[in-house]
Design a protein around this ligand. Structure first.
Ligand code: FES
Ligand SMILES: [Fe+2]
Length: 372
């Protein structure tokens, strides 16, 4: 699928490493292998818990394993299920909402808020039919600090193990007190890995973002667990543009490291948390095909600042910055995806500033049965 020598060059020590071969981003067979060995095996982020505050609140998500839904039960417990009806498989819900029962739009089977089957008209002649066995199919779900993750694998390690020392590194930001106030969804025509690679280097920022965030410098931090981290050095939050002083005060009690800048992370395989002195935002990538992804950008602030009567006016500067920068990134990534399709493409040399780009690629390769 991918040439052995090409992969050896891509995984060589950074000073003599090459970028990944084009097929890493353009070959549907590589994408199929990633889906089987990575996307269906690892934890993926969905949303924050407070986005479903009440009993009956539900949200639908498209994932590489098909549609799923989150549903808050009458008992207050949040659960995840596959989003299909147990009769003949219709999609049950779309978007988000609040309901007393989930009612299938096809033949009106209905489900309680804990996923158990409630109504199933005209099934009395079906031999061996057991209502108990025909509840919604659960999806494994765990939360950390209010961030809801799911996985299709029963045997993947607990989320907290996956996160390694991320909770420690981000401890002083008290992310459990964050509340999501804003989200946008983009549909970039590019491979999912390009989005995460781009999000982990500041080599491009002075060029692609010359009119917005501008030039940045970063340091790579050691991590333990299934995540990577760089810190963009800046004594103030970079969640507003350079000309706009951040209107919100830094979070109380940030540790010395956290005060020095914004952490950009990749929580393998498909999620980035960017954590600044006054807020956090996520880039959540849903791979759709080798050359198509869904990118959600979501912004969160500490709950304490939401009470500020001018919160919305102040937060607008953050929302604009997040959206403008994301659109600039998507613009360049779509150009990169097109050019990676060249039959003449050859692997390029890497800069020391591409260290985390290489690290992401190596992590992916390590999880694919491509190498001996
Ligand atoms: S598919 Fe849902 S009730 Fe028939
Ligand atoms: Fe960027």
């Amino acid at each position: 699928m991918l040439d052995r020598d090409a992969l050896a060059a891509a995984t060589a020590p950074l000073s003599r490493a090459r970028s990944m071969p084009a097929g890493f981003y353009t070959d549907p067979a590589v994408f199929a292998a990633e889906r089987e060995h990575i996307l269906l095996k690892q934890w993926f982020f969905t949303c924050r818990e407070e986005m479903l505050p009440n009993a009956g609140d539900y949200r639908a998500f498209d994932t590489p394993g098909g549609p799923i839904l989150l549903l808050r039960g009458a008992d207050g417990v949040l659960r995840a299920f596959a989003n299909f009806c147990r009769h003949r498989g219709s999609l049950l819900v779309e978007g988000e909402g609040c309901t007393k029962r989930l009612i299938c739009p096809y033949h009106a089977w209905s489900y309680m808020l804990d996923g158990s089957l409630w109504g199933c008209p005209d099934m009395k002649d079906a031999e061996g039919f057991d209502r108990i066995e025909n509840g919604l199919v659960p999806v494994r779900m765990e939360t950390w600090n209010g961030f809801v993750f799911c996985t299709f694998a029963d045997d993947s390690p607990p989320l907290i193990e996956h996160l390694g020392d991320l909770p420690e590194r981000l401890g002083s930001h008290r992310l459990g007190e964050m509340r999501c106030t804003w989200r946008i969804t983009l549909q970039p025509n590019c491979n999912w890995k390009l989005i995460l690679e781009n999000a982990m280097e500041t080599y491009h920022t002075g060029i692609v973002h010359k009119d917005t965030v501008g030039k940045q410098s970063s340091r790579t931090l050691d991590t333990r667990g299934e995540w990577l981290c760089i810190q963009v050095i800046a004594g103030r939050s970079i969640a507003t543009l350079p000309g706009t002083a951040p209107p919100f005060a830094p979070i109380d009690g940030l540790d010395a490291d956290a005060r020095q800048g914004t952490y950009f992370t990749v929580i393998h395989p498909t999620c980035q948390f960017a954590v600044s002195q006054d807020c956090m935002w996520w880039l959540n990538v849903t791979p759709v095909a080798h050359d198509r992804s869904i990118l959600e950008v979501g912004g969160c602030f500490p709950e304490s600042v939401l009470a500020d009567p001018e919160f919305e006016a102040k937060a607008a500067a953050y929302y604009k910055r997040w959206e403008d920068v994301a659109l600039e990134d998507v613009g360049i990534l779509e150009k990169q995806q097109v050019a990676l399709g060249s039959v003449l493409y050859r692997q390029g040399p890497l800069s020391w500033r591409d260290d985390e780009v290489q690290a992401i690629g190596i992590w992916v390769l390590d999880h694919l049965p491509l190498r001996a």
